[in-house]
Ligand binder design. Sequence first.
Ligand SMILES: Cc1cc2nc3c(=O)[nH]c(=O)nc-3n(C[C@H](O)[C@H](O)[C@H](O)COP(=O)(O)OP(=O)(O)OC[C@H]3O[C@@H](n4cnc5c(N)ncnc54)[C@H](O)[C@@H]3O)c2cc1C
Ligand code: SF4
Length: 328
Amino acid sequence: MTPFTFTRAADPAAAIARATADGARYLGGGTNLVDLMRETIEQPAALVDVTGLDQAITELADGSIRIGAAARNTAIAEHRLIRTRYPVLTRAIVAGASAQIRNMATAGGNLLQRTRCTYFYDNEGSRCNKRQSGQGCDAIGGFHRGHAILGASDACIATHPSDMCVALAALDASVELDGPTGPRSVELADFHLLPGDTPHIETVLQPGELITAITLPSSPLAARSTYRKVRDRASYAFALVSVAAALEVEHGLVSGVRLALGGVAHRPWRCRVAEGHLVGRSASEETFLAAADAELAAARPLADNAFKIELARRTIAATLADLAENGQ
Ligand SMILES: Cc1cc2nc3c(=O)[nH]c(=O)nc-3n(C[C@H](O)[C@H](O)[C@H](O)COP(=O)(O)OP(=O)(O)OC[C@H]3O[C@@H](n4cnc5c(N)ncnc54)[C@H](O)[C@@H]3O)c2cc1C
Ligand code: SF4
């Protein structure tokens, strides 16, 4: 590991002041960043520990929920307001990693965890445009069974690995930021970028910007929500395809729906096309499959990951059917 300095930030202003130094990075639970440092994929000159900052999960006057960026994944999943009002978020977090990792991982770090593309981690032997711009992408002609089918580019076909972010995309969450130019708020759905020609630029974060909180808007619909994750092993594996969904049915017709996919794109994939297809139609398997087909018409798979289209199609339909029948 390359030598680095380590400091603990006492408040956001102190963290931002320290992080504006060259080569400085924020440190959450360290469950991703430290691994990347060991592999010399990331080599920060300074780490600014932000786990002592805001960990509170609070209800605001308008009924929205604010989650401090230093809140641990376990604390979020177990919180009474999250379990009862946003069950999709609890289920998504619990579907990820292991209990030990969830106890360490923070909300801010989860948003910024990096892809699990094996070529990205193979610093010595593989070409990767995300590690080094213009180098090439060994996944495209290589092993890409787990890679993206939506929104990918000729430069990168990696997927975003977070389960939590898929639920946040479906919930219309926003990310609160602070930095050298002051505070701002970004919709979660706009926070992560598609790869285009610059796959090394993964989010809209500016240098030195700190994630301070995540906000979940008040939503009666969110109480009828769930998360389904399809993976190679029953636990401790990243998603091949995952679905975060909330559904409201009145007199047999879909009156409200939120849908997002994980494991299929460089960012959590909010399914606006499918949502538009569902509202006002009968809550039937036929409708659910047709909505999934409409969303997945944009899919551009490679040889080894074409199975994800049918997998996503059936997982969307099964998840919506569960919600229509059981509300979860
Ligand atoms: C074996 C293993 C299995 C896993 N399985 C899953 C899984 O199935 N599903 C899943 O979703 N995840 C999984 N994970 C990933 C895990 O969820 C992430 O490692 C974790 O969420 C990262 O959080 P952290 O706080 O430890 O981040 P860190 O590793 O501390 O940081 C990650 C990034 O976030 C930045 N950062 C941290 N906090 C802030 C902040 N407040 N503002 C700005 N930048 C910040 C850091 O600079 C760094 O770039 C797995 C991880 C491991 C090691
Ligand atoms: S898919 Fe993206 S992350 Fe993976 S090797 Fe290609 S450029 Fe790198």
